[in-house]
Design a protein around this ligand. Structure first.
Ligand code: DMJ
Length: 641
């Protein structure tokens, strides 16, 4: 869970994209191709000639020499040494000479015939009209495209679909709760319908300008990020027409063969995660096929000296690189450490262990490394395999790495003990060095920078309340109660960060400095961009405790979003949560539909909707089923047994 959308990127410009079905070169390009084609033919005739000549040339090692212009032929003769002035080379006459002349003649004729044939073919091509040549080229190209399509749409091997429990329902018995849930559904409709009207196919929506929007994490192409991210929320809310609409767009338009440089992490959590969840919920093969096609496009990012992937990859060329702002050319912990869940599912569904191996390689590498104070720094150089700056955080740049360790264990039906141990060790170190109590009694998670604790907590770090609660069961030394309590404390602190603002919406980050507690100080930290983490934590705490305060806090947040972020063209972030007259940032983030509204909907649903012992939510709130597999063998999948 990082904030690359908000961080400066090295400003390389990306050329505009050519979308839609595979395109063919326009007229001028085709003419150039035909000319090249003719030249090639002539060249091939020439090469044939040379090849023939070369093939039948005398072998110099044996001093064989054909002088095609002479009557006499000089060839070696094994018996011809005695009395010779020049041993090894003799003039040959008689029956031998006759046989050699015949042989020579035969070879000459063959070379001549081959040569003439090649020239004839070239002339034949030259006689053809430009149109005919163009048509031939086109036919060849169509054939190649056709073959590629057949390959791309090849059905994937059938695998046993895990037990899918609770993909609908969750109707609350209580009237008041049912009404609240309906209200959240209406908010989802408002966000979706406006995106449908004004931003369809674009990655996100500008609800005030009423047009499409695309942050740089999705590159320069229109990949319909909001559609893919929103699908499973639409599904569980029972918005089936909208779901089908999205499915049709994906079938007809979602194309990954584009010259676009995207964030590997963001595309993984939003697109692959979204497509996999949509596949599991609906059973529609197209989502699985698209997820696998996209994953193939991400794989070149792993071609680094260490196997730690680049942050970005060009989907067409496969060229990868890192963010310009990252310490010493490093990759980011929360990015390369947040691939595990999706990649394990890809291996499960395809029977191809490539994905599994990529993420396990990352894990093994991290396991071997020294960690200052037991903490994982946020930066790792993919060329040298060394840590960059010693900055550790449970918020941006670090967050979802810890989340995925815990969820790898849960998703493996609690058999991936290695992941659980790494999680437990990491959390112990975090608790020791990063988690503190403020003067006013609020528990917060600070950030560790070069041996110094910064008493600042990001909105992103608020997800950790839910993570601690989720990881309580199964924790070391019977500390379940402790971790559930810690989760509740984080939820309380994050609620305070909302409650101490004019809009009752939380700032991007807040400080604990002297008299200042849970409040943003710098102007640049006062915005709220429809983020989900605090509501996510309320939901997990609700599921584990059923304490009504979490529903109450969630409802407060929903009302504030409705009041200050809703505009007639959708929902927008706000620039200053401490100002009672908010200015909008005019972006409806795709995670608002994927996460914020989904967690709110689940908060007002019964626990039978997507129960946590059967489903694990990826960091973008896309539910993936628990796989009942052995830790390292993926033995549930017959294709890889
Ligand atoms: C989401 O894309 C994911 O939750 C990610 O892990 C972090 N940031 C956003 C939401 O704030």
């Amino acid at each position: 869970m990082t904030t690359p959308a908000l961080l400066p990127l090295s400003g390389r410009r990306i050329p505009p994209l050519n979308l839609g079905p595979p395109s063919f070169p326009h007229h001028r390009a085709t003419l150039r191709l035909s000319e090249k084609f003719i030249l090639l033919l002539i060249l091939s005739a020439f090469i044939t000639l040379c090849f023939g000549a070369f093939f039948f040339l005398p072998d110099s090692s044996k001093h064989k020499r054909f002088d095609l212009g002479l009557e006499d032929v000089l060839i070696p003769h094994v018996d011809a040494g005695k009395g010779a002035k020049n041993p090894g080379v003799f003039l040959i006459h008689g029956p031998d000479e006759h046989r050699h002349r015949e042989e020579e003649e035969r070879l000459r004729n063959k070379i001549r015939a081959d040569h003439e044939k090649a020239l004839e073919e070239a002339k034949e091509k030259l006689r053809k009209s430009r149109e005919e040549i163009r048509a031939e080229i086109q036919t060849e190209k169509n054939k190649v495209v056709q073959e590629m399509k057949i390959k791309e749409n090849k059905p994937l091997p059938p695998v046993p679909i895990p037990n899918l429990v609770g993909i609908s329902g969750g109707d609350p018995e209580d009237n008041d709760i049912r009404e609240k849930r309906e209200k959240i559904k209406e908010m989802m409709k408002h966000a979706w319908d406006n995106y449908r009207t004004y931003g369809w196919g674009h990655n996100e929506l500008r609800p005030i300008a009423r047009k499409g929007h695309s942050p740089n994490i999705f590159g320069s192409s229109q990949m319909g990020a909001t559609i893919v991210d929103a699908l499973d929320t639409l599904y569980i809310m029972g918005l089936h027409d909208e779901f089908l609409d999205g499915q049709r767009w994906i079938e007809d338009n979602l194309d990954f063969s584009v010259n676009s440089e995207v964030s590997v992490f963001e595309v993984n959590i939003r697109f692959i995660g979204g497509l996999l969840a949509a596949y599991y919920l609906s059973g529609e093969e197209i989502f699985k096929i698209k997820a696998v096609q996209l994953a193939e496009k991400l794989l070149p990012a792993f071609n680094t000296p260490t196997g730690i992937p680049w942050a970005m990859v060009n989907l067409k060329s496969g060229v990868g690189r890192n963010w310009g702002w990252a310490s010493a050319g490093s990759s980011i912990l929360a990015e390369f450490g947040t691939l595990h869940m999706e990649f394990i599912h890809l291996s499960y569904l395809t029977g191809d262990l490539t994905y599994y191996k990529k993420v396990m390689h990352i894990r093994k590498l991290l396991q071997k490394m020294d960690r200052p104070n037991g903490l994982y720094p946020n930066y790792l150089n993919p060329r040298t395999g060394r840590w960059g700056q010693y900055h550790t955080s449970v918020g941006g740049l670090g967050d979802s790495f810890y989340e995925y360790l815990l969820k790898a264990w849960l998703m493996s039906d609690k058999t991936d003990h290695e992941a659980r141990k790494m999680y437990d060790d990491a959390i112990e170190a975090i608790e020791k060095h990063l988690i503190k109590k403020s003067r006013g009694g609020l528990i917060f998670i600070g950030e560790w920078k070069n041996g110094h604790l910064e008493k600042k907590m990001g909105h992103l770090a608020c997800f950790a309340g839910g993570m601690f609660a989720l990881g309580a069961d199964g924790s070391r030394a019977d500390k379940a109660g402790h971790y559930l309590e810690l989760g509740a404390e984080i939820a309380r602190t994050c609620h305070e960060s909302y409650d101490r603002t004019a809009l009752k919406l939380g700032p991007e980050s807040f400080k604990f400095d002297g008299a200042v507690e849970a409040v943003a100080v710098r102007q640049a930290e006062k915005y709220y961009i429809l983020r989900p983490e605090v509501i996510e934590t309320y939901w997990y705490l609700w599921r584990f405790t059923h304490d009504p305060r979490y529903r109450q806090w969630g409802w407060e947040a929903a009302l504030a979003i409705e009041k200050y972020c809703r505009v007639s063209g959708g929902f927008s972030g706000v620039k200053d949560v401490y100002s009672s007259t908010p200015t909008h940032d005019d972006v409806q983030q795709s995670f608002f539909l994927a996460e914020t509204l989904k967690y709110l909907y689940l908060l007002f649903s019964g626990d039978d909707l997507l129960p946590l012992d059967h489903w694990v939510f990826n960091t973008e709130a896309h539910p993936l089923p628990v796989l009942h597999l052995a830790n390292t063998t993926l033995s549930g999948n017959p294709a890889v047994r």
